[in-house]
Design a protein. Structure first.
Length: 202
């Protein structure tokens, strides 16, 4: 379905001052679409702690009815309490609404908590809880299994839609290809593909 398409372009680069990144996304079609632009910065606060900061503009447009948008700020932190565990927390807060009262409730405060674990050298598992104001908690869980050094399989489940997803991919030193698919009772099958190009490591 063209109406449910999502396109994302992102870029990140490491420097001596930390990691900088930018992202642009577009979803929808000619009658209704959403778009977002964001810039981000992250750096290590020691061997076991990493922090990040992101500023984002997110807006929507309805043909013949105008649109609205918000500017938000997000902060997050990753902690590695052990060699095989990662704990993450983030919070996003809309800091300004250019559309005023019209977009007052369109974007709200969002907080997330996540846990990841290297169960073995081949198996990685994660679970995330996401809470948006005035909405129920959304739980996302998933696993990734490395068949060989370059091939992997993955699967997961999201509570908001009550649907699962599965995929496979290939990773090398220079790039990563990820193919995923999910099925929704109303929307049907939704495929997704991503390509990540990696530069030389510092």
């Amino acid at each position: 379905m063209e109406e449910s398409g999502l396109y994302v372009l992102s870029f990140a680069t490491p420097t001596s001052l930390g990691h900088f990144g930018a992202e642009f996304s577009y979803a929808g079609f000619s009658l209704y679409h959403e778009q977002s632009m964001s810039v981000a910065y992250a750096r290590s606060l020691g061997r076991k702690i990493q922090s990040g900061l992101r500023f984002q503009y997110h807006g929507y447009s309805i043909s013949g009815h105008g649109g609205a948008g918000t500017v938000s700020g997000e902060i997050g932190i990753l902690i590695r309490p052990g060699p095989s565990w990662t704990v993450g927390v983030s919070a996003m807060y809309p800091v300004r609404s250019p559309a005023g009262q019209k977009a007052k409730d369109w974007r709200s405060v969002v907080s997330s908590w996540g846990l990841g674990a290297d169960v073995s050298e081949q198996l990685y598992a994660m679970v995330e809880a996401r809470k948006e104001a005035n909405r129920p908690v959304v739980i996302t869980s998933g696993i990734q299994y490395m068949i060989q050094r370059q091939f992997f399989l993955k699967a997961g489940f999201q509570s908001a839609s009550g649907t699962g997803f599965a995929g496979a991919g290939f990773v090398s030193r220079k790039y990563r290809i990820d193919i995923t698919g999910s099925y929704h009772p109303w929307l049907g099958f939704s495929p997704a593909i991503s390509y990540q190009l990696m530069g030389k490591r510092q």
